[in-house]
Design a protein around this ligand. Structure first.
Ligand code: ADP
Ligand code: MG
Ligand code: MG
Length: 204
C-alpha cells in the first residue's frame, strides 16, 4: 500500500463521519466516568479538520497530518485534544521527507504517534485510556509488518471493548476509581473509530 495525500484526506473524512454519527454515543460514554463532553469535543475538532484539509492544496501527507494536528490541538480541547494532536504531529514528523509512504513507513508513523500519546499523557497500557487501543493495534501491525484491514478492525474493536473491564488510573475517569469499571473508555471508543476509518480506507 502507498499512503497518499488523497488517502490521508479520505481517512480524516471517514473519521469525521464516524465521530459525527456517534457524537451522542461518545458523550454518553463520557457521562458516568467523565464530564460528558468527549463527543462534543471530537465532533467540533474533526469537523474543522475536514474543512481545513479541503480548503488548501497539500503536497505531502506530512503536511496534511501537520494541519490536522494543529486543528485538533486548538479545536478539540479537553484532555483528548492535545493527545490526538500529538499523535498527528508525530505522524507528520515521521512522514517528513518521505516520497512514498509504504506499509513500513506508515506503521512506523503510527508507532511514533503511540509513543507521543504515552509521553504526553504519561500513560501506559491498561490505564483505561486511548493507549489501550493504540498499543495493541500498533503491536499487531508491527508483528505482521503489513496492512490487513480486518486485523486492524478486529484488534481495535477487542481492545476498545476490553477497556470496560479495567479501572481508570489516568484522566478524569481515575477520580471514579473502582466505579470506572464496567464502562467503555470514551477515548478508546473514538480511537476505535479512527482505526475503523483507516481499515475502510485501506480496503478501497
Ligand atoms: P476531558 O477528560 O478533559 O473532558 P475528553 O472527554 O475529550 O477530555 O477525553 C477523555 C479521554 O481522554 C479519556 O476517555 C481517555 O481516553 C483520554 N485520556 C485522558 N487522560 C489521559 C492520559 N493522561 N493519557 C492518555 N489518555 C488520556
Ligand atoms: Mg470529557
Ligand atoms: Mg472536558
Amino acid at each position: 500500500m502507498s499512503f497518499t495525500v488523497e488517502k490521508a484526506i479520505k481517512w480524516l473524512e471517514k473519521i469525521n463521519e464516524k465521530i459525527q454519527e456517534n457524537k451522542q454515543y461518545l458523550t454518553k460514554l463520557d457521562q458516568p466516568i467523565g464530564d460528558g463532553d468527549h463527543g462534543i469535543n471530537m465532533a467540533r475538532g474533526f469537523q474543522e479538520v475536514v474543512t481545513i484539509v479541503n480548503e488548501k492544496e497539500y503536497d505531502t501527507v506530512s503536511d496534511v497530518m501537520k494541519a490536522t494536528a494543529m486543528t485538533v490541538m486548538s479545536k478539540v480541547g479537553g484532555a483528548s485534544g492535545p493527545l490526538y494532536g500529538t499523535a498527528f504531529l508525530k505522524m507528520s514528523l515521521a512522514f517528513k521527507e518521505k516520497e512514498v509512504i509504504d506499509d513500513a513507513t506508515f506503521i512506523h508513523g503510527l508507532e511514533e504517534a503511540l509513543n507521543g500519546i504515552k509521553q504526553r499523557g504519561r500513560a501506559i497500557h491498561g490505564e483505561k485510556t486511548l493507549v489501550d487501543v493504540w498499543e495493541p493495534v500498533v503491536n499487531k501491525l508491527k508483528q505482521e509488518n503489513n496492512f490487513q484491514a480486518d486485523l486492524i478492525l478486529n484488534t481495535a474493536k477487542a481492545a476498545m471493548e476490553k477497556t470496560k473491564e479495567t479501572m481508570a488510573t489516568k484522566g478524569r475517569a481515575a477520580y471514579f476509581k473502582e466505579n470506572s469499571i464496567g464502562h467503555i473508555d470514551p477515548g478508546s471508543a473514538s480511537s476505535f473509530y479512527l482505526f475503523e476509518a483507516l481499515a475502510e480506507v485501506l480496503e478501497e
